[in-house]
Design a protein around this ligand. Structure first.
Ligand code: 4NP
Length: 161
């Protein structure tokens, strides 16, 4: 049985979508008093923004929702993450391909899925990248619905609630 459930959100740059998911999910976990049971992090497949805070568009939607992103800085996903996380949640198919390329062959037990896989009849199969679309509000809607459904699934599977 898993003691602490560890979730890593992944996107390309780790400045727009995955930090948004990390902040939203952590906020949901905190509001449900599950902070001791679920840990959240995020990472990117590219290295362009390592050390940078979330993109201004992501900060703006989070500010509007009163969701903290304090201390969050971009980092790159590493092979070690495969041992450190139970769920590796990607935003799109390209992320899944990137993750498969760096997968640690010795440990394939982590669940690898796309965030939208948790949503029934999703509007999109992939979370659109607002770095290119400019639409951070639409991405927020999709990410928050995905996070809600992911948390529901994790509670059902691991916390019997
Ligand atoms: P993200 O968006 O993957 O949602 O963080 C991107 C941010 C930066 C770049 C690509 C995607 N970039 O090419 O710098």
């Amino acid at each position: 049985m898993i003691q602490v459930i560890r979730i890593l959100f992944v996107c390309l740059g780790n400045i727009c979508r995955s930090p948004m998911a990390e902040a939203i999910f952590r906020d949901m976990v905190r509001k449900e008093n599950l902070s001791g049971k679920i840990e959240v992090d995020s990472g990117g497949l590219g290295d362009w923004h390592i050390g940078n805070p979330p993109h201004r568009g992501t900060r703006e939607v989070l500010n509007r929702q009163n969701i903290s992103y304090e201390g969050m800085v971009a980092r790159k996903v590493t092979e070690k993450d495969w041992n450190d996380f139970d769920y590796i949640i990607a935003m799109d198919d390209q992320n899944i391909e990137g993750l498969k390329r760096i997968r640690n062959q010795s440990n394939n037990e982590a669940v690898i899925a796309k965030l939208m896989d948790y949503v029934e009849d999703p509007k999109e199969d992939e979370v659109p990248d607002p770095y290119f679309t400019g639409n951070f509000d639409y991405t927020y809607q999709l990410v928050s619905e995905g996070c809600f459904q992911l948390l529901k699934q994790i509670k059902k599977e691991h916390l019997h609630s």
